[in-house]
Design a protein around this ligand. Structure first.
Ligand code: THU
Length: 157
């Protein structure tokens, strides 16, 4: 028998420790929360995706009375980025959330499994690692890639 260890490296930083580009992405994700439509869960998420064409595309979760018909912030952002700028490569992703108490989450909110798989598609299309910032109230988790959030991912069929 052979054991395989999967190691996910997470850097935990303060906002002040981020580069200007990272700070801008976190602020864009936080701003994007304003677009969340969450009358059912009251949990609000914003996502910002920095593209190599200089654009930053944002998204927020959108809920629906027919429950599964809504979508998460990360997927609203990555699908819009793909549709609007099909040739642009993802460079950086930032995610922020407000809990049901209306306060920024701490520890930071991490994307659901479906969003990890969806974001991974764009990392593969970019052909390089796309760092992910998970922005909490005071703590920012920085992951080196989407793949590091989904180590045993489904990548081909
Ligand atoms: N949600 C996101 O927007 N992103 C995630 O990765 C996890 C969950 C949303 C979906 C739903 O509107 C609310 O948070 C509660 O699950």
């Amino acid at each position: 028998m052979k054991e395989i260890d999967l190691i996910t490296k997470i850097e935990s930083l303060s906002f002040e420790e981020l580069s200007q580009k990272e700070r801008d992405a976190v602020m864009a994700a936080r701003d994007a929360i304003l677009g969340a439509y969450t009358p059912y869960s009251h949990f609000k998420v914003g996502a910002a995706i920095v593209l190599d064409n200089g654009e930053t595309v944002t998204g927020a979760n959108q809920e629906n009375v027919a429950f599964p018909s809504g979508t998460c912030a990360e997927r609203s952002a990555c699908f819009y980025a793909g549709a609007r700028y099909p040739n642009a490569k993802f460079e950086l992703i930032a995610i922020a959330a407000l809990g049901t108490d209306g306060k920024p989450t701490e520890p930071p909110t991490a994307p659901c499994g479906a969003c990890r798989q969806s974001l991974l598609e764009y990392e593969l299309r970019a052909g390089h690692n796309v760092p992910v910032l998970l922005a909490g109230r005071t703590t920012i988790y920085r992951l080196p890639s989407v793949k590091s959030l989904l180590p045993l991912s489904f990548t081909e069929f």
